[in-house]
Design a protein around this ligand. Sequence first.
Ligand code: HEC
Ligand code: HEC
Ligand code: HEC
Ligand code: HEC
Length: 190
Amino acid sequence: MVMASLALAMAGHAWPEEPAFVGNKACTGCHKAEALDWQRSAHAKAFDLLAAGRKPAEKLKGKLEPEKNYQKDEKCFKCHTTGYKKPGGFQDVETTPDLVGIGCEMCHGPGKEYREIHKRMVLEFKRSEVQAAGQTYATLGDKVCQNCHDHKDSPLKKELDPKYGFDLEDKMRKARTAFHRITPSIGRHQ
Ligand code: HEC
Ligand code: HEC
Ligand code: HEC
Ligand code: HEC
């Protein structure tokens, strides 16, 4: 139980009950439309950007080495994989293939607990309830995108190119190709 002891080790910090990551397959069975869009999306493929030879001009601009294989460099994993160094999260491509790239849970929160609420309550759950179980909402004010975008640890900063800046409203217009189309929920979750 490596993960359980990791969770315990982290328990002394701010989130004593931080839920675990469970991977995309724990979501996609119930959310097929989002899953289909996501598979083709920029976030799903974000780990590919770390391969040698990809985006050489952009890497040079960010003082990175175009021919280096950054898929082995853990400095990049926090923002190009799902849940790195967190309970249940990405370890390496072989051990955790379902957590390669930026999965559902990097925007919606680690899913172990709130997915059970979706399952049990279906159209009846309240957002306050799932938020207490770790679900996050970028469009309701949770700063989830900013864990990666316009973040001080990213080698590609807006000082190098204004396109690396982040404005939620503007970026949400590209939702369809960046992650998935947004469709109104059927349930009343207020
Ligand atoms: C703090 C989060 C963060 C870290 C750490 C990070 N990245 Fe990224 N990276 C991003 C974000 C966000 C984008 C998308 C930027 C955009 O298009 O606005 C990105 C985009 C990229 C791109 C594509 C740029 C383009 O213009 O198409 C490359 C290449 C890249 N990252 C390489 C790396 C490498 C290599 C590392 C490790 C040395 C790394 N990143 C670490 C957040 C991060
Ligand atoms: C890059 C961020 C991002 C990723 C990755 C992502 N989503 Fe979303 N998703 C959003 C945002 C933003 C919303 C609007 C609601 C909110 O603010 O959370 C949303 C809304 C939803 C909704 C509500 C209905 C709808 O379509 O608007 C579902 C269901 C959903 N996402 C499922 C998924 C699943 C399943 C995955 C993985 C296959 C996924 N999402 C990946 C950002 C993301
Ligand atoms: C775990 C880190 C991470 C999170 C969280 C994240 N992104 Fe990204 N985002 C990236 C990376 C890395 C890329 C680069 C993908 C590429 O260029 O192929 C990217 C690319 C994009 C792009 C396409 C490039 C562009 O700038 O036009 C959009 C749009 C975008 N993200 C919006 C969002 C929104 C909105 C959210 C929050 C709901 C979000 N992202 C959350 C890391 C992240
Ligand atoms: C057993 C089926 C099931 C599983 C598994 C599941 N969900 Fe859901 N989810 C639902 C249902 C049902 C709703 C409510 C749909 C509606 O109201 O239209 C929902 C709603 C959502 C919403 C919108 C919430 C809102 O307030 O509008 C998001 C985002 C979401 N799920 C993401 C996920 C993610 C991410 C996972 C995996 C960690 C996941 N779900 C796992 C069934 C499921």
